[in-house]
Design a protein around this ligand. Structure first.
Ligand SMILES: [Zn+2]
Length: 202
């Protein structure tokens, strides 16, 4: 079933209703399979859907923090439609105060129960950090360099950088509480830039 075939019931918009984290994760995995296999690239971007989301409000089933890289587009990668993903994009998928506040908003106010940091291979920000670049990009590369330590393997660097962002998210008392008490799942994944496959990390 494509994402566009998923129907919404009134409960989806109930103030207390949310998609449980395991179901949210299953949707992302299924969406990425469709994307990689090029089975179906149709989504509902109709005026009717735009109007429906405006009237009923958004209830994104996952919050994705990922890189600003133009090749890493969560709505495509997971075959998600309007109103389904709350996406925070910043070079190197680092988590600073503004990214953290955005994630808290999604999890607390929109009741999103899956918070996923999506790193990717061949990330320019990680390469810049590995090359010791600073200056105007230091706000990002310093954070990445601290996450990597002595690691230079490109894939391992992508994993470590994503996991460092997860750790930064968990510094938030709100995120920690939602994870402990409200079924929030916080995790990381790596997108393979050359082929489109997402590795969901433990
Ligand atoms: Zn990147």
């Amino acid at each position: 079933m494509s994402q566009s075939e998923m129907t919404y019931t009134a409960d989806d918009y109930d103030i207390d209703a949310h998609v449980p984290a395991p179901e949210a994760l299953r949707r992302l995995e299924a969406g990425n399979r469709i994307y990689v296999e090029a089975l179906d690239h149709e989504r509902d971007l109709s005026p009717a859907r735009i109007q429906e989301l405006f009237e009923k409000g958004q209830r994104p089933f996952a919050c994705i923090i990922t890189c600003a890289d133009s090749r890493v587009v969560p709505e495509h990668i997971f075959m998600a439609g309007l109103g389904e993903l709350f996406v925070i994009r910043v070079a190197g998928n680092v988590v600073g105060p503004t990214e953290l506040a955005s994630a808290v908003y999604a999890c607390e106010h929109l009741h999103t129960r899956l918070l996923l940091v999506l790193g990717h291979t061949h990330c320019g920000a990680i390469k810049a950090a590995l090359d010791g670049e600073g200056g105007p990009v230091a706000a990002i590369t310093d954070r990445i360099a601290a996450a990597l330590g002595d690691v230079h393997d490109p894939y391992e660097a992508s994993v470590l950088n994503a996991q460092a962002s997860v750790a930064a998210l968990r510094q938030s008392p709100e995120i920690a509480r939602l994870e402990a008490e409200e079924g929030l799942m916080v995790g990381s994944a790596v997108y393979h830039t050359h082929c489109g496959v997402v590795d969901f990390l433990a």
